[in-house]
Design a protein around this ligand. Structure first.
Ligand SMILES: [Zn+2]
Length: 465
C-alpha cells in the first residue's frame, strides 16, 4: 500500500522543514510542503505525523546479529535483531561476514548474506572480516567488491585466536584495499601492550573490573597511531570502529593534523556508561571489548561528536542472555558484547540533542546520513530524496519514558541502560514503504529484508590520490 505522511517535519543533515512525503511502490515519490490528499488515489493510506519528526531511516553501521562465537551463538539472531532494530527506528544495519580462512572470502560473504536475507525484516549490508593475508586475498577482495561490499574489518588484537595480521601482511592488505578503493575499518587495540599487562597481572584474580585494566585506553591509542601511520604512509583512508577513549580521540586528531584521512565511530555505551559498572555483582552484563572507560572519556567522546571529529554513532550490538553473560566472572572468558540498536536513538536524542550538545540535524547525520555516505549506500539509504528507498523513521521527540529490561525487545532479556529516563521515541519505522512498527505493534516479515549493494565509500569520492 502506498503511503502519504502528512503534517510532519522532515529532518535531514542539512535542514528541518514542514513537509509531506508521498511513498509509492516502496520509493519516495514526492516531498513537498503540502500534498493534497483529495488528489491521491483512494488506496493511499494517510498517516498523520502532526508533532512528529520525519527522519530518513536510521542505520546502525555496526551490528553482530546471530554471531557464532566461542562455541555459542548470540541471543539476538536475524529475526530478533530486525524486530528490536525496527522498534528503535533503525531500518538498515551493517553487519559482518567472518573470515573463514579455509575458504575464499566471497564464500563466507555469500553464506552470511543468504542467511540474513532468509530472516531479516530490515535491510542490511555487510563489512567483510579479513583475519589473515595471503597472495590470494587481493583477488578475493575483488570478488567481494563485485558482490557489493566495499569495507573490510581487521583486528590489531586477538593474535592468540588468529585474528591479527602482522605488519608486512597488513601493509600488503592495506595496499590492495587502497587500489580497489575499499574502506579498511579497524578494531584498534595494541596486542603487545595487552599481552604485557596480562603477564604483569600475574596470578591476581581476573575479575570483571580487571578487564578495564588489562585493555586500557593506552592500547587503543597505540593501535590508532600505528594504523593511522600506515594509512598515512600509503595515502589511503582508514576508519576506526567503536572508539572508546579520550586518548584514542586525541591520537586521531593528531593524525588528521598530519594529513591522515582517518574517520571514526563511537557507540552509545562509550558515551554513556562507565567502568564503575564493572564493580557490580552483575558486572559481566557490562563487559564488551574495548572495555568501558571513565566519565572523563564519556565527556571527551561527546565533545568529539559535537565538534565533528566523530562522524558516526553505531552500536556494536552483540547480545548474550543473562545466563550466558553470568556463566563466567573471569574477564578472559565472559562473552563480550551488549545490546544497543534499540536504545541508540532515544539515548542520543536525550543526552545529545536535549542536553544541547548536538542539533537534531546532527543526530540525523550521525545515525543515518553519515553512515550511508561513508559505507557507499547513499542516497538509496540515509536520504529523503525522490526516487530513493522509502525508509523513514517517525520520531516523537516529546515522549518521556524509562528504558527498562521489560521495555526492550532484545532476546538478551536485559538492557545495560535499565532505569535510564529518556525523551523521544520512534513511533513508526517504514522500510521501503512497508510499515514495520506502528507504536507497540510489529509488522515485520522475516525474509523481507534485502541485501543493499554498496558502492565506493564516500571518502574515496572526496580524496583522490
Ligand atoms: Zn563489533
Amino acid at each position: 500500500m502506498d503511503l502519504c505522511i502528512k503534517n510532519g517535519t522532515i529532518v535531514t543533515s542539512e535542514h528541518t522543514q514542514r513537509s509531506d512525503v508521498l511513498i509509492s511502490g516502496g520509493k519516495i515519490s514526492q516531498v513537498s510542503e503540502t500534498i493534497d490528499p483529495s488528489l491521491l488515489d483512494d488506496q493511499v493510506r494517510i498517516i498523520d505525523a502532526s508533532g512528529l519528526l520525519v527522519f530518513p531511516g536510521l542505520i546502525d553501521a555496526h551490528t553482530h546479529y546471530h554471531l557464532v562465537s566461542r562455541g555459542t551463538v548470540t541471543a539476538d539472531s536475524f529475526q530478533e535483531g530486525s524486530r528490536l532494530a525496527a522498534f528503535g527506528g533503525v531500518s538498515t544495519v551493517i553487519d559482518f561476514a567472518d573470515h573463514d580462512k579455509t575458504r575464499p572470502l566471497i564464500d563466507s560473504l555469500t553464506d552470511r548474506s543468504a542467511a540474513m536475507a532468509a530472516e531479516m525484516a530490515i535491510d542490511f549490508t555487510l563489512h567483510q572480516g579479513v583475519y589473515g593475508m595471503s597472495e590470494q586475498i587481493p583477488e578475493q577482495l575483488k570478488a567481494v567488491r563485485e558482490a557489493g561490499v566495499h569495507t573490510i574489518k581487521i583486528f590489531t588484537t586477538y593474535r592468540n585466536v588468529g585474528y591479527l595480521i602482522e605488519t608486512d601482511g597488513l601493509r600488503a592488505l592495506f595496499t590492495a584495499c587502497r587500489d580497489l578503493e575499499l574502506m579498511v575499518t579497524v578494531h584498534a587495540e595494541d596486542d603487545e601492550l595487552i599481552e604485557e599487562l596480562l603477564l604483569k597481572h600475574g596470578d591476581q584474580p581476573f575479575t570483571p573490573a580487571a578487564h578495564a585494566l588489562l585493555r586500557p585506553a593506552e592500547a587503543e591509542e597505540r593501535a590508532i597511531r600505528y594504523i593511522g601511520g600506515l594509512a598515512g604512509e600509503l595515502g589511503m583512508p582508514v576508519y576506526i570502529v567503536h572508539l572508546s577513549s579520550e586518548a584514542g580521540l586525541k591520537a586521531i586528531g593528531e593524525l588528521r593534523v598530519k594529513g591522515v584521512q582517518i574517520s571514526t565511530e563511537t557507540t552509545p555505551h562509550y558515551l554513556q556508561l562507565t567502568k564503575e559498572l564493572l564493580d557490580r555483582e552483575d558486572a559481566p552484563l557490562y563487559i564488551m571489548t574495548p572495555p568501558l572507560r571513565s566519565a572523563q572519556d564519556n565527556r571527551a567522546l561527546w565533545k568529539g561528536v559535537s565538534q565533528g571529529a566523530i562522524s558516526i554513532i553505531a552500536t556494536d550490538h552483540c547480545t548474550f542472555t543473562h545466563e550466558q553473560k553470568l556463566s563466567s566472572h573471569d574477564c578472559r572468558t565472559i562473552y563480550p558484547g551488549i545490546p544497543g540498536t534499540e536504545e541508540m536513538l532515544p539515548l542520543i536524542h536525550t543526552f545529545g540533542v536535549e542536553k544541547g550538545l548536538i542539533s537534531m540535524e546532527k543526530l540525523v547525520a550521525l545515525l543515518s546520513v553519515n553512515p550511508a555516505k561513508m559505507f557507499g549506500i547513499y542516497p538509496q539509504k540515509g536520504s529523503l530524496i525522490k526516487g530513493t528507498d522509502a525508509d523513514i523513521t517517525l520520531f516523537d521527540p516529546s515522549i518521556r519514558w524509562t528504558i527498562t529490561n521489560a521495555s526492550q525487545h532484545t532476546a538478551a532479556g536485559y538492557t545495560p541502560y535499565d532505569g535510564t529516563e529518556v525523551k523521544g521515541k520512534a513511533v513508526m519505522t517504514i522500510r521501503r514503504g512497508e510499515i514495520l512498527t506502528e507504536g507497540d505493534t510489529y509488522h515485520g516479515v522475516p525474509g523481507s529484508g534485502r541485501f543493499v549493494r554498496a558502492g565506493r565509500p564516500g571518502i574515496y569520492h572526496r580524496h583522490t590520490r
